[in-house]
Design a protein around this ligand. Sequence first.
Ligand code: HEC
Ligand code: HEC
Length: 85
Amino acid sequence: MDCQYCHAGARRGAAAGIPSVDRCVSCHRVTAADRPDIQRLAGSVAAQTPIPWVRVFKVPEYVCFPHKSHIRAEVKCQRRGDERH
Ligand code: HEC
Ligand code: HEC
């Protein structure tokens, strides 16, 4: 999947953003709807409570990294720093 489908703020803002559960259920209303983890998603929608994401990665406070200049230059999110164009 395209990163920006979920991290829609990356193009414009300072933060890439975390998708709301509505973005997930746009597919998962149908896709894998019978699986336990997807039923937890549906439960989160029904209860109108956001998903309690557990943060696994954080850049230090002094880092300012808006994505937009890289997106405009069409640098792929998956590209490593030591790769050439
Ligand atoms: C299906 C939606 C979805 C897609 C597609 C997606 N992400 Fe995410 N991403 C998330 C969610 C939800 C979180 C928050 C989850 C968490 O932190 O536990 C997250 C968290 C992150 C984080 C950590 C951010 C932070 O501040 O903790 C990074 C970095 C990230 N994604 C990069 C990417 C990249 C790069 C791609 C494309 C290769 C991508 N994501 C595609 C949904 C998505
Ligand atoms: C563009 C469609 C799409 C979106 C949006 C999407 N997913 Fe998925 N997701 C899929 C597909 C396709 C699979 C693979 C289903 C399979 O194994 O048949 C999947 C698999 C999963 C699974 C594994 C299910 C299992 O138990 O096998 C989880 C959990 C999941 N997605 C959570 C999320 C969450 C949370 C979001 C929102 C942050 C999200 N998805 C957004 C399409 C999507």
